[in-house]
Design a protein around this ligand. Structure first.
Ligand code: G6P
Ligand code: MG
Length: 220
């Protein structure tokens, strides 16, 4: 029986994945190499520092720890400039209505994001009040694919892992949901998200009825 839905933020509720990509690409170009959208897929759901490691490896560059912190900080400053201007218009189709539908059906909602900027984004898009629990990059020590972020969300909601459905656009995020023992809905490319229970193009393709049919949210 499903009692809670846990949502990733970037690329699921809001289209910040594109801003992350813009900022990483800008950093790569400044360092003298290109960074493609395909390469960027592998960064989705991955923490800031780990993403930087992957990016630098793609460019064949090596930096010491202090220099890496400066580069990550630079990327984050650009990223923060992009998200500062966000509004509720940038909530992805179907996200706001699904959150409301879940609430009115007594299903709890949580955010489970690796981002340290999650609260800023939720505030700017007016989504902050939609969640019963918020777990983000400031509350966790282990990044996806580790299940920590989702397990912490479930414990804050006081539900069991098997009572949760995770919504994720990242391969690492679906892997984390599987490791947590939760159900999962992939948002995006089915070939890339093949570990998910079901993959849909966007949240607008999911309703409470779909969830009932798939995961039995009602006691039948
Ligand atoms: C999410 C995104 C990643 C991002 C990570 C950390 O998981 O999908 O692309 O690197 O959050 O975000 P932050 O805002 O803390 O740099
Ligand atoms: Mg994401």
């Amino acid at each position: 029986l499903i009692k809670a839905c846990i949502f990733d933020l970037d690329g699921v509720l809001v289209d910040t994945a594109v801003y992350h990509y813009m900022a990483w690409k800008r950093l790569a170009l400044e360092l003298g190499f290109d960074f493609t959208q395909e390469q960027n897929e592998g960064l989705k759901g991955i923490s800031r520092m780990q993403s930087l490691e992957i990016l630098l490896a793609e460019g064949g560059l090596v930096f010491d720890e202090a220099a890496k912190l400066k580069l990550a900080d630079k990327k984050n400053r650009w990223y923060c400039e992009y998200i500062e201007k966000m509004t509720a218009d940038e909530i992805l189709p179907g996200a706001a209505s699904l959150l409301k539908e879940l609430k009115s059906n007594g299903i709890k909602t949580a955010l489970g994001s690796a981002s340290k900027n999650a609260e800023t984004i939720l505030r700017n898009t007016n989504l902050l009040s939609q969640f019963d629990a918020i777990v983000d990059g400031n509350n966790i020590t282990k990044a996806k694919p580790d299940p920590q972020v989702f397990l912490l969300a479930a414990s804050q909601l006081k539900v069991k892992p098997e009572e949760c459905v995770v919504f994720e656009d990242a391969r690492a995020g679906i892997a984390a949901a599987v490791k947590a023992g939760m159900h999962s809905v992939g948002i995006g490319n089915p070939a890339w998200l093949n570990q998910a229970d079901i993959v849909v193009p966007a949240l607008k393709d999911i309703s409470i009825d779909t969830l009932n049919n798939l995961f039995h949210t009602k006691g039948t």
